[in-house]
Design a protein around this ligand. Structure first.
Ligand code: ZN
Length: 102
């Protein structure tokens, strides 16, 4: 059975950035963004997302609420994996015995 979890937030352009607001918020509502900013949603429809910078705090809180690794954790994990892979490659460089020689 396929279980699709509902996202807790959606993105909303606010104060020069793209912040996460509760998914159930509607026009005219006053909400708190995931990073704790107060925002009033327009009554005449939601504004379009443009190229505003994403709020890192909102992104982190959204990921934590969903049980997903944060971007920082993903990056540090990628670096650890790269180092581990490099170490493994170095250890595997043992002399190779060729059949019939030595
Ligand atoms: Zn935010």
């Amino acid at each position: 059975m396929l279980v699709v979890e509902r996202e807790p937030y959606r993105w909303f352009p606010h104060a020069g950035g793209r912040h996460a607001i509760p998914i159930d918020a509607g026009p005219g509502d006053t909400v708190l963004t995931a990073c704790g900013e107060k925002a009033v949603l327009p009554r005449d429809g939601m504004p379009r997302l443009e190229h505003e910078p994403e709020c890192a705090e909102c992104d982190t809180r959204w990921r934590r609420q969903r049980g997903l690794p944060t971007r920082e954790e993903l990056l540090s994990g990628a670096i650890r994996r790269t180092c581990r892979a490099a170490g493994t490659a170095a250890l595997s460089r043992r002399p190779v015995r060729t059949a019939g020689v030595g």
